[in-house]
Design a protein around this ligand. Structure first.
Ligand SMILES: NC(=O)C1=CN([C@@H]2O[C@H](COP(=O)(O)OP(=O)(O)OC[C@H]3O[C@@H](n4cnc5c(N)ncnc54)[C@H](OP(=O)(O)O)[C@@H]3O)[C@@H](O)[C@H]2O)[C@@H](O)CC1
Ligand SMILES: Nc1ncnc2c1ncn2[C@@H]1O[C@H](COP(=O)(O)OP(=O)(O)O)[C@@H](O)[C@H]1O
Ligand SMILES: [K+]
Length: 536
């Protein structure tokens, strides 16, 4: 599914109006009606609905919603943050229409003050947040901050129009944003609503079609979200005559004393994703057998400078880094893999420590595909930045570094995000807190590598893996929400992949104009900066 940023959204709106001959009034009617429906989803029989109204079209949408509710005999009030002279044309018109629908009640349209508005707000069944939408830039002005704080301090359900006020739709930043219970967004989800920390402010996210012409906005989607229906086109094809030699040979190189399990789990992830053959490459001091008998072991010779090419012959994909401890031999081997091995390389864990003082050296001189899968702590160490900076600026950092390194970067987390050097980005929404267990990330590295080994193209392999890996955790959570082992997560990947492959051909009838409910994030909100990665 396409995901947009605010500038794409306003371009789409302008061109739909100018070239598509749909009026702003009509689009706003549809938007307002979707919001009114959202209000009733939160509170089916509201005693009163109050809207906090800014000066732009976000406020106008909220006022249109109030009118639809007033016409159904629901008590409504619009609380205005700005004097009439500052209102957009659409807002002025919407207020006139509301006043008629309210029968001209003097307390139907009021001006905001923290002292006098609090009574009305506190007794509302739902508050509509129509202060700022996609026109928001910078930091919320003072009068907006006061309104946000007033709303957040009350225990009244809040429905945000398009985006919670104070949230940046392009990056998901917004420490002081409205904490919504539901957000009704128009046409397409905005990137900032889906990524962390923005996703913690949206509540349930509903995407409502309002009739915009997406083709009038951009030639190709640059940002997206993976939905179940996207899987059909991404899954590797497995003809009936397939033999293991055709399903790819994955080599996982990693491990160190105390951490031999990490590469084994990556190997298992690759095998559960369908790789035909799996070899673990260990130093000569490493184990000679794997915990899993289906995995082959190859030991590096004590002096390996001449022998590396033989090791990587006939290998389709290399995953390197799980459990790896940095050292000069490790640098030498990784250089060989990056520059001489011609297949895709997935780099994780120990590789980020190995290259932390010279991050640009991770570039592959042979130009073959490179995929990096750090968690925020690893990415921060690798770039020598505080973790809080990585968490706050994840979108920008991923775009910048994937271009610099010519690599696909997947940043793991509650909402994993993926960036490609050409500017494409994907956010993944599957997952479950039961995955917060050692080795989950190792499994993901393996799943990506396993799909690559079967010939899936790099970007597709990465986004599909993030989706499947999260789905596997969520499936397991149905029977075990706590205490899973990473090896069980890998097993679950195999099961969800198989289920997806069998369901692939069954088309589900759907309503293309229907609202889409995207998410039910956990509440209450958690601190978004610092957090557990600070300790790593
Ligand atoms: N896109 C679509 O297809 C459709 C969009 N629709 C709706 O329109 C909404 C976008 O409307 P919009 O462009 O009028 O912007 P909106 O967010 O209401 O506010 C703009 C005002 O905010 C102000 N402002 C900015 N930053 C600020 C700050 N930090 N602190 C304080 N103030 C700040 C800024 O003032 P300025 O800084 O320019 O003085 C400006 O006057 C969109 O979200 C959706 O709800 C639907 O109706 C139909 C189809
Ligand atoms: N609460 C959660 N919601 C969604 N995904 C999660 C959650 N907790 C962990 N994960 C996923 O589990 C994986 C953990 O990876 P990582 O931190 O690298 O673990 P390890 O290093 O132990 O293998 C990531 O893919 C992350 O997205
Ligand atoms: K809003």
């Amino acid at each position: 599914m396409k995901v947009v940023i605010p500038s794409e959204m306003s371009r789409m709106e302008k061109r739909t109006i100018q070239e598509g001959f749909l009026s702003e009034d009509l689009l706003m009617e549809r938007a307002g009606l979707a919001v009114a429906r959202g209000v009733l989803a939160l509170s089916p029989f509201p005693s009163s609905v109050v809207a906090m109204v800014g000066k732009g079209n976000n406020g106008a949408d909220a006022v249109v919603a109030l009118r639809h509710l007033a016409l159904k005999s629901i008590k409504t009030a619009a609380i205005l943050l700005y004097p009439e002279g500052e209102h957009s044309k659409a807002l002025s018109l919407a207020l006139k229409r509301l006043s008629v629908a309210q029968g001209g009640r003097p307390d139907g349209i009021l001006h905001f003050s923290p002292q006098t508005s609090i009574h009305k707000l506190r007794h509302a069944s739902v508050i509509i947040d129509g202060i700022l939408g996609t026109g928001f830039k910078g930091e919320p002005a003072n009068e907006v901050l006061v309104a946000i704080e007033t709303m957040n301090a009350l225990h009244v359900p809040v429905l945000s129009v398009d985006i919670p006020t104070g949230l940046d739709g392009e990056t998901g930043r917004g420490e002081k944003a409205v904490q919504a219970n539901r957000t009704v967004t128009f046409a397409f989800p905005k990137w900032g609503l889906l990524v962390d920390p923005g996703c913690r402010y949206t509540g349930d996210l509903v995407v409502s079609d309002i009739g915009l012409y997406p083709s009038l906005s951009f030639p190709a989607p640059s940002r997206q979200l993976i939905l179940p229906e996207d899987m059909a086109t991404l899954l590797p094809k497995r003809p009936p005559s397939l033999h293991k030699g055709q399903a790819g040979h994955l080599l996982v190189w990693g491990g160190s004393d105390g951490k031999w399990g990490a590469p084994m789990l990556s190997g298992l992830g690759g095998q559960r994703a369908g790789a035909g053959l799996l070899t673990l490459l260990f130093p000569h001091t490493g184990p000679k057998t794997s915990f899993f008998p289906e995995q082959m072991i190859r030991s590096l010779p004590e002096s390996f400078s001449e022998g590396l090419s033989a090791i990587f012959d006939n290998i389709d994909v290399v995953a390197m880094g799980p459990g790896l401890s940095p050292g000069s031999e490790e640098l030498q081997i990784s250089r060989y893999v990056l520059d001489e091995f011609s297949g895709p390389v997935v780099a994780d864990a120990g590789i980020f420590d190995l290259y932390r003082n010279f991050p640009m050296s991770l570039v592959r001189s042979n130009g073959a595909p490179l995929i990096l899968t750090p968690h925020p702590g690893e990415f921060a160490r690798y770039l020598n930045l505080p973790v809080s900076t990585v968490l706050e600026h994840s979108t920008e950092l991923l775009l910048e570094w994937s271009e610099k390194l010519s690599a696909i970067i997947l940043l793991k987390g509650y909402r994993t995000i993926i960036a490609a050097p050409d500017g494409r980005m994907t956010v993944n929404m599957t997952g479950s807190p039961n995955m917060a267990t050692a080795g989950s990330g190792d499994v993901l590295t393996g799943v990506i590598s396993g799909l690559l080994a079967q010939g899936t193209s790099p970007y597709e392999a990465v986004i599909l893996s993030a989706y499947l890996h999260g789905l596997a955790g969520a499936e397991l959570a149905k029977s075990r929400s706590i205490g899973i082992l990473a090896r069980e997560l890998a097993d679950s990947v195999g099961l969800v992949l198989s289920a997806a492959a069998t369901e692939m051909d069954q088309s589900v009838p759907h309503d293309p104009w229907g609202d889409i409910l995207l998410t039910r994030p956990a509440r209450p909100i958690l601190p978004t900066t610092g957090g557990p990665y600070e300790k790593i």
